[in-house]
Design a protein around this ligand. Structure first.
Ligand SMILES: [Fe+2]
Length: 353
């Protein structure tokens, strides 16, 4: 499969847990809407569940008022709080939409699962059959797949087991899925289990491990990149979109095998006055604009030793703010690669779950 389509950018607000206007989570949600409308301008927004706290009429109305301000298409998952005292998710359906579905966009199929068909987590047999069919259909259409689901399979202090979960595991071990994006944890974490990548978005309501915000995802062919934008961040957003961050690399197409190109996406309301990259703290070079917020520089992969390397990109904008991103990437001219399981940051306790 080749990159015949433009990149896709999506935003994933963390669990909102909305109750009433005027509280911190409501203010952060308003900030998020303003940033998405005027800075990120994503292709779509995926609410990751626990959109409201108690599934009341008033809370669903507040959620609708927020989401309706978004200029981008948007979708929502069911979280455990969205079906409080309503296991059939009737309130969610009435105020929003069906609880699972999929959308095809520019060579990708984005699958939304409802992992709350049983407590604490589960999928009924008809949804499992539908999931299997969606992945078969995506493969037939030559589409790559991303899965959004509320429950994160590696959340600490919870069991990721329940009806349909063994079947879910069997499906995801035999089908190619580019990433899973989840919520529920309230903390931010990226995990690579050696086969698949899982991203847990930090919550907007009751966040853990740092300030609230939203996740930005970028997919383009085999390129896959994520970053987290917090309410305390100001200035530009910097995202290295190629090469692939080693934590997100699951297959040989995610490593550097020779001469390549560094690609960086910048979202900025200010003009960029300087953007420089460096590899292993020694090679320093400028990047050049190729439009649409994308900046590039040659990646001399043929001159780098086999193994892990560090790429750092630093951006300065006209208001004086600086932002940087640093990733590790893998080089092997032979193209042989097997992912080593890892997760960052390490999380061993949580307050809310
Ligand atoms: Fe939550």
């Amino acid at each position: 499969m080749t990159k015949t389509h433009d990149p896709i950018v999506f935003a994933v607000p963390g669990d909102l847990h909305l109750t009433e206007p005027g509280l911190e989570n409501y203010r952060v949600a308003q900030w998020m809407v303003e940033e998405l409308n005027n800075l990120i301008r994503p292709d779509f927004v995926q609410f990751i569940g626990d959109n409201v706290q108690d599934a009341t009429e008033g809370q669903f109305r507040i959620f609708n008022e927020i989401r309706e301000q978004l200029r981008a298409p948007h979708y929502a998952l069911v979280g455990d709080h969205d079906i409080k005292d309503d296991p059939e998710a009737n309130g969610f359906r009435e105020h929003f939409a069906e609880t699972y579905g999929s959308t095809s966009l520019r060579g990708f199929r984005f699958v939304r699962l409802n992992t709350q068909q049983a407590k604490p987590v589960g999928l009924n047999s008809s949804q499992v059959d539908w999931f299997r069919h969606e992945l078969d259909a995506a493969a037939s259409s030559d589409e790559r797949v991303l899965v959004f689901q509320h429950n994160y399979p590696y959340q600490i202090w919870e069991d990721f087991s329940g009806p349909g979960i063994d079947e879910w595991r069997a499906i995801i071990q035999t089908q190619r899925i580019n990433a899973f994006v989840c919520g529920h944890t309230h903390y931010w974490q990226v995990a690579n289990d050696g086969r698949n990548v899982y991203v847990a978005t930090r919550s907007i309501g009751d966040p853990e491990g740092g300030p609230p915000g939203y996740c930005i995802g970028y997919v383009h062919g085999e390129d896959l990149a994520f970053t987290y934008r917090s309410v305390q961040d100001v200035g530009p957003v910097v995202l290295i979109t190629h090469p692939c961050d080693l934590l997100l690399a699951t297959r040989p197409s995610h490593i550097v095998m020779g001469c390549d190109t560094i690609r960086v996406r910048i979202w900025a309301n200010e003009s960029v006055v300087d953007i420089r990259g460096s590899i292993d703290n020694s090679l320093s070079f400028p990047l050049i604009s190729v439009g649409n917020g994308d900046w590039v520089a040659p990646l001399p992969g043929d001159q780098l030793e086999k193994g892990e390397h560090t790429l750092r990109v630093e951006v300065a904008v006209s208001t004086g703010e600086n932002k940087r991103q640093e990733i590790q990437f893998m080089v092997d001219a032979t193209g042989r690669y097997t992912a080593v399981p890892d997760a960052r940051p390490r999380v061993m306790r949580t307050e809310f779950c």
